[in-house]
Design a protein. Structure first.
Length: 154
């Protein structure tokens, strides 16, 4: 027989809009109407448009490529061999090499927002940068009508 759990005592806070970027935010950056750095954390093949998604993952976007102006820093570059984050100094060097130095607000994105949340954490919590995560990511952007796309594989 299954027991009914006792009622809990939790309080749900309102969503924090400072954590999340929207389609309009990334379009403004792509069209150079905002001073935001975009970080595409997908693989080089996803970023270039050679593939739509990682092997074994069904992609839902109709176009491949990346958002214009986005730097490509795959999320795995932030991780040491043992699976922990690299040191703050190493992380700063990795992102600075791609032009991401915290001097302006940053938006991270991937395919559906899960891998980019890892980079959001590294940039926001470890480096202290002003960062939002675009959880619509490539699935939303790659299906949006009329937005600019860079596909290096064409």
């Amino acid at each position: 027989m299954t027991k009914t759990p006792a009622a809990g005592n939790i309080k749900i806070s309102a969503a924090n809009p400072a954590l999340r970027a929207r389609l309009s935010d990334v379009v403004a950056s792509a069209e150079k109407k905002s001073n935001v750095a975009l970080v595409d954390i997908r693989s080089a093949d996803e970023y270039s448009g050679k593939i739509f998604a990682p092997a074994g993952v069904q992609e839902l976007a109709i176009r491949a490529g990346h958002i214009p102006g986005a730097a490509n820093v795959p999320w795995g570059q932030a991780v040491a061999a043992d699976g922990t984050f690299k040191s703050v100094d190493e992380l700063k060097k990795i992102y600075a090499a791609a032009g991401i130095d915290g001097s302006k607000p940053i938006i991270t994105y991937c395919r559906i927002g899960e891998r980019s949340s890892h980079t959001w954490f590294a940039l926001k919590k470890l480096l202290g940068y002003d960062v939002r995560n675009y959880d619509g990511s490539w699935t939303e952007y790659g299906n949006a009508v009329g937005v600019p796309v860079v596909n290096l594989a064409l």
